[in-house]
Design a protein around this ligand. Structure first.
Ligand code: PEP
Ligand code: MN
Length: 345
C-alpha cells in the first residue's frame, strides 16, 4: 500500500500512522526525505483502506495494493447474480419491470403477465414506498406484500420489492426474491447490514447525490456481511436542469463495470421522469455496459398512484426488450428471456 501523508506532520500524528501500520502487520518505510510518501509492505485486508483514511495524518491512499475492498474488480471475474429466471453479469442481461407501487390485485396480475410476455424475468413493485412527501401515497405495505406473494404463486415471476425499515427485513424477505434498497436508503447502514445478514440478493440504488465511492461503500456494507449477491443500480443523479427528473450517469455505469466485479443495472424511468425518454435512456444504459434494466411499466399510466408520468406501456417495454437484445448482442452478451412455461402458466 502507498500512502501520502500530510505535509509537516506533527510527530504524534506520524506516530499514529506508523503504529496502525505495524498493528495491521505492515512494514512501513518512507520513499522521500520529507516523509510524505509512506510505503507499507505486507498483506492487505479489505478493511485496511478505511482504517488509514480515518487518520488525520493521511491525506490520500495512492495505491491500495493488496488491501482491496470486496466490491473492487482487482482482477476478479464478473460476479453473476441469479434471481429466479434472471441472471445479471458475466455476459447475461436481464430485465425487471412492473409498476412503481403495488396498487390493486387485478392491475398487479395484469402487469405481471404483460411484462413477462414482453421479456421481463422479474417483477418490480413497491409495497412500501419511499416518498419525498409524507402526504403522498406511501404504498399498500403488508397488504401489498401479500399481493406480491400471490402474483408470484400465480405467474411464477420473481419479485423485486423495496425494504425501507430494518424491522421489515424478515417480512419482505419472506416474499421478495431480491430486496430493493432505494436511493433514499442507500446510506442506511443498519438496513444494509440486515439485508446483508438475511442473505437474499440485494438491488442497491445509487442515491441521487451520492458519489460512486459512496455507492461502492454502501455495497461494501452488504458484502462485508458475507452476502455476495449485490447488484448496483444507476438511476440518475441530481442535475441543475428540471427538463429531466435526474441525469442518467452513463459514465458511472461504464466506470463501475471496470472498477467492480458486481453487476450494474440502469433504471431509465427515475432518470428520465418522462415516459417518452425511457426507451432512449434504456438503450444508452445497455450500450454503456449495463447488465440489465429496471423499468416502470403500467397498462394504464393515467391511473398510476405514484410516478405516473414515467410509466411506459407494456408495448413500449417490449420495444425496450428488443433494443436490449440487439444492443447486448453487439458485444456478445445475451438477454435472458422468460421461459415459455412461465409465460404460459
Ligand atoms: C422506485 O424504484 O420506485 C424508487 C422509489 O426509486 P428510487 O429509490 O431510485 O428513487
Ligand atoms: Mn417509482
Amino acid at each position: 500500500m502507498l500512502l501520502r501523508l500530510r505535509k509537516a506532520l506533527p510527530p504524534e500524528q506520524l506516530q499514529a500512522v506508523l503504529e496502525l501500520a505495524r498493528e495491521l502487520g505492515y512494514r512501513p518505510s518512507f520513499l522521500d526525505e520529507r516523509k510524505e510518501l509512506l510505503r507499507l509492505e505486507g498483506l492487505g485486508r479489505p478493511e485496511h483502506r478505511s482504517r488509514f483514511e480515518d487518520l488525520v495524518g493521511v491525506s490520500a491512499i495512492l495505491d491500495a495494493g493488496t488491501a482491496t475492498e470486496l466490491h473492487e474488480r482487482a482482477g476478479r471475474p464478473d460476479t453473476v447474480v441469479t434471481v429466479g429466471e434472471a441472471r445479471f453479469g458475466g455476459g447475461s442481461v436481464s430485465l425487471i419491470a412492473g409498476p412503481c407501487a403495488v396498487e390493486s390485485w387485478p392491475r398487479l396480475l395484469e402487469t405481471a403477465r404483460e411484462v413477462q410476455r414482453h421479456g421481463a424475468t422479474l417483477l418490480r413493485g413497491g409495497a412500501w414506498k419511499p416518498r419525498s412527501s409524507p402526504y403522498s401515497f406511501q404504498g399498500m405495505k403488508q397488504e401489498g406484500l401479500e399481493l406480491l406473494a400471490r402474483v408470484r404463486a400465480e405467474t411464477g415471476i420473481g419479485i423485486v420489492t423495496e425494504v425501507l425499515d430494518p424491522r421489515d427485513v424478515e417480512a419482505v424477505g419472506a416474499v421478495a426474491d431480491m430486496f430493493q434498497i432505494g436511493a433514499r436508503s442507500m446510506q442506511n447502514a443498519p438496513l444494509l447490514v440486515e439485508v446483508g445478514k438475511y442473505g437474499k440478493p440485494v438491488l442497491l440504488k445509487r442515491a441521487f447525490s451520492a458519489t460512486i465511492r459512496e455507492l461502492c461503500l454502501a455495497a461494501e456494507f452488504v458484502l462485508a456481511q458475507g452476502n455476495r449477491d449485490v447488484i448496483l443500480c444507476e438511476r440518475g443523479v441530481r442535475g441543475f436542469d428540471p427538463t429531466t427528473r435526474n441525469l442518467l450517469d452513463v459514465g458511472a455505469v461504464a466506470h463501475l463495470k471496470r472498477a467492480t466485479h458486481l453487476p450494474v443495472i440502469v433504471d431509465p424511468s427515475h432518470a428520465a421522469g418522462r415516459s417518452d425518454l425511457v426507451r432512449p435512456l434504456a438503450r444508452a444504459g445497455i450500450a454503456a455496459g449495463a447488465d440489465g434494466l429496471i423499468v416502470e411499466v403500467h397498462p394504464d399510466p393515467s391511473e398510476v398512484h405514484s410516478d405516473g408520468s414515467q410509466a411506459v406501456t407494456p408495448e413500449t417495454f417490449g420495444q425496450i426488450a428488443a433494443d436490449t437484445r440487439a444492443i447486448a448482442a453487439l458485444d456478445s452478451r445475451r438477454l435472458i428471456e422468460p421461459s415459455l412455461s412461465s409465460i404460459e402458466r
